[in-house]
Write a protein that binds this ligand. Sequence first.
Ligand code: FES
Length: 160
Amino acid sequence: MNKHSVPRCDDLPDRTPTGALVENVDLVIVRFGDAVSAFYGRCLHRGVMLSDGLNGHNLICGVHNWGYRVDTGISAYVNDEKLPKFNAWIEGGDVLVDTDEIKQWKQENPQPYDRKGYLGQYADLMVPTKNPARLHHHALGRVIIRLLGPSEKLTNRQLN
Ligand code: FES
């Protein structure tokens, strides 16, 4: 076991999804009362970041409203669908996960997102693009990224 601190408990508002990147795997961390869950951070439908979603009794994807229970990760509508869940616990105010467990999971589930590439972590890898207008749009985006760099650099340039 290799403990790794993700956001402190005090920084996790109750039932509010928070993203964390551990071993290049997107996680979504949810505190509910005195308990905490750490799940794979991408929706099982189209890979949207669940840290951008909403929460209540369920963790709700912000795009098409798929919902997952905050304690188990099981879909509220299709019980066969279940977000991968990682061990997470609170110790001295820190929320901890086990990087060895996450590394092992990543070996079996390689992550395809090129964070510095076109669309980066928001790339939709599940839809082949055949529409000529979308192909043109994506090609233009790739050229802009190549010329100007990824969006973090753009943001830094705009701030400086
Ligand atoms: S991508 Fe999450 S519900 Fe569609």
